[in-house]
Design a protein around this ligand. Structure first.
Ligand SMILES: [Zn+2]
Length: 678
């Protein structure tokens, strides 16, 4: 299971295998419709406004030597060299010019001065690390996503920071602004667990941080990881026809180890203050905005507002396409409104944990207002149309920001989009059902596809008509109708290729990094089948820190998600699980194909009693370890009827990361069909 814990909304921390260069050469050029669409944006959008380019470069001190970060084994975790093709000023016609603009802005990488005694390391990871010089030491806000990148970021400050003591200042505190992995995963690159345990370094976080950090991606983790491969284009080649930018930052680090140290100090309410190493911090809680546990912070001494991830230079996600619970637009705008009231007249610099800062009281007020108004617009207008009876797809098609908001670069859909955020607002209030009984119980996709194709005159006819629409530039429609053919005939290469071509042009036109990632990855899998598992993670990417932070009940919940109800039918099993360190026990009962658990088991007569640490049970649940192996290695002990314990664990399914998305061939037949397709 653990292979899926390490992802978050913005992370793929695996060694992946991009497409070979020969395959990359077969990528198509932009069609005339795509060239026209992208060219039209150049006329329509305010490209003459270059303020963001000035701000993204402002305060630059030094870049990363060799632009590359390696992990302890010498593997490349991060390299800006992959993006050297972005040196070109004008966007190629295979990239939306607005996304190209953001992709170039995100090329600013290195150590930057934000204001007196506040620095940021940007472009060494998807997120930023903020470094504050206290009276004697350092306070670090958000230590990036992996130990390797965080270590490199701190080293860069120590080597190039202008302060005479930059090399030796101890880290006095770490602050996590929120519960996403790109904001805590590198913590052990900047402090040791021992320094935290002995009180030398404090770790501050918003209330609920630890639980949210560990739980957000666990239960649906395998599906999220798979979809994140699409969202971040992690399997795509770098380049004008491939991976360009994630919208929120350049990309994510690959192959770095994720760490986690639990907070020693939780911030619970707005207005709470702390003095850390002589620097006063004032906090504003912003739960259920961009993350379930999130906070903003203000430093009166430097007149600086840390806006976490709630006011970046993009329209953010109310729903993230990798899959997650939807976020609350109403709470988001209110948090920004409160920040405006509390700090809007005082702050002279606003720094976020992605993108570049905003300087000047008036600019900050304007930035917060625009961001606030953007989320409120989406919230209110979606519900207005929903209350008039419009459904999510219709609302998404109809709603656009008014010109006064659309002119603002910081509200453009580089990461979230108006289109999919609108659907998130609808989902938040009304759920998946649009009220039309035709959509209440439709046939599943393959069954429906079979009939659609039959009704439309057979696969050959659909492909022929789809080609006509392709030639007219109607790529959305081509993508939709060919889905039916590909679902029914996964080896139909005419259909697959044409659908891939349509996805590709949609990707070339997308302003959003994640949309581009989805379309181009979909095209790639239609053309070449599922990626090979060789370059993908094995079962050993577990972060021990993450496992350690999971509660026993969380592990049991996750175990139960693996239970194959069909195989469990008719079985009744009772297992007691004892944790050797705490002697805590749980009574596990399987009945009605449901796995239940109860703490402090009093049942004196289970089928078997298993004694094993949480991490071992977690490994077995995730399919990384067999019960027999754990018993053989003396990592687990069994008493009672051992065969019954084995029987129990054999009822658990293993999740495969590479499940199909653009076609529907599952399981054993997948590889054969894929080979046919090739
Ligand atoms: Zn982030």
């Amino acid at each position: 299971m653990i292979k899926c814990w390490l992802i978050s909304f913005c992370m793929i921390l695996y060694a992946l295998c991009p497409l070979s260069s020969s395959a990359a050469e077969q990528l198509k050029n932009a069609s005339s419709a795509t060239r026209d669409a992208n060219a039209a944006l150049l006329q329509h959008l305010p490209f003459a406004d270059r303020k963001d380019f000035e701000d993204a470069r402002r305060g630059f001190i030094a870049g990363l030597p060799d632009q590359t970060i390696r992990n302890a084994k010498g593997g490349v975790v991060w390299s800006m060299k992959n993006f050297s093709f972005l040196d070109k000023e004008a966007a190629p016609d295979t990239v939306n010019p607005s996304l190209w603009r953001m992709a170039k802005l995100n090329m600013n990488s290195g150590l930057f001065a934000v204001t007196d005694r506040i620095y940021q390391v940007r472009g060494l990871d998807l997120s930023n690390m903020t470094i504050i010089e206290g009276d004697t030491g350092l306070i670090i806000i958000d230590p990036l996503s992996s130990i390797a990148t965080a270590t490199a970021a701190l080293e860069l400050y120590r080597a190039k920071g202008p302060d005479k003591d930059a090399k030796t200042r101890p880290v006095k505190a770490v602050i996590y602004t929120h519960s996403h992995v790109d904001h805590y995963g590198g913590v052990k690159g900047v402090v040791s667990e021992q320094d935290v345990a002995t009180g030398k370094t404090a770790v501050l976080a918003p209330e609920g941080f630890l639980e949210e950090a560990v739980s957000e991606n666990v239960f649906a983790g395998n599906a999220m990881t798979r979809r994140a491969l699409y969202m971040y284009g992690a399997l795509l080649p770098y380049g004008e026809k491939g991976r360009v930018d994630a919208g929120l930052g350049k990309t994510s680090a690959v192959g770095g180890l994720v760490s986690l140290i639990a907070p020693t100090d939780s911030i619970r309410s707005t207005g709470e203050k702390r003095v850390i190493d002589g620097v006063e911090f004032e906090f504003q809680m912003a739960p259920d905005t961009e993350a379930p546990a999130e906070m903003l912070l203000y430093l009166p001494r430097f007149k600086a507002l840390g806006a976490a991830e709630d006011a970046t230079h993009t329209l953010h996600n109310l729903y993230t396409l990798r899959g997650a619970k939807v976020r609350d637009a109403n709470k988001w705008w209110k948090a920004l409104d409160e920040a405006l009231d509390r700090f809007g007249g005082r702050a002279e610099v606003l720094f976020g944990q992605h993108h570049w800062p905003v300087w000047g009281v008036d600019n900050i007020r304007a930035h917060l207002k625009i961001q606030r108004n953007g989320y409120k617009f989406l919230h209110d207008q979606t519900l207005r149309l929903a209350n008039m009876g419009y459904t999510p797809t219709e609302i998404s098609e109809a709603l656009r920001f008014p010109p006064s908001l659309d002119r603002q670069w910081s509200l453009h859909g580089y990461y979230g989009t108006v289109s999919h955020n609108v659907k998130a607002v609808y989902q938040h209030y009304l759920g998946w059902f649009d009220g039309n009984p035709a959509n209440l119980n439709p046939l599943p996709p393959v069954e429906a596809a079979r009939r659609y194709v039959e009704f439309m005159g057979g696969a050959g006819e659909v492909v022929k008509k789809a080609k006509e629409y392709y030639d007219k530039g109607e790529y959305r429609w081509v993508a939709e109708v060919l889905k039916h053919v590909v679902f029914v005939e996964p080896a139909n290469m005419d259909a697959r290729s044409l659908q891939a071509d349509a996805f590709e042009q949609l990707g070339y036109q997308a302003e959003s990094g994640p949309w581009r990632g989805f379309y181009l990855t979909g095209a790639q899998e239609l053309r070449y089948g599922l990626p090979h598992a060789d370059g993908l993670p094995g079962g050993s990417t577990a972060s021990p820190d993450t496992v350690q932070a999971m509660t026993a009940e969380m592990i049991l919940d996750f175990l139960a998600i693996h239970l194959n109800a069909d195989r469990a039918e008719g079985k009744v099993l009772r297992i007691t699980w004892v944790q050797p360190d705490t002697r805590e026990s749980y009574a596990l009962t399987l009945e009605n194909s449901v796995l239940l658990y109860k703490k402090d088991a009093t049942d004196g007569n289970p089928d078997a009693t298993l004694t094993m640490p949480r991490a071992i049970l977690a490994a077995i649940a995730g399919g990384r370890l067999k019960l027999e192996q754990a018993l053989g290695a003396k990592e687990a002990l069994v008493s009672g009827n051992a065969a019954r314990a084995t029987e129990f664990f054999e009822l658990l399914d293993e999740f495969s990361l590479l499940f199909p998305i653009v076609s529907r061939e599952f399981g054993e037949s997948a590889r054969a069909q894929q080979q046919n397709a090739q």
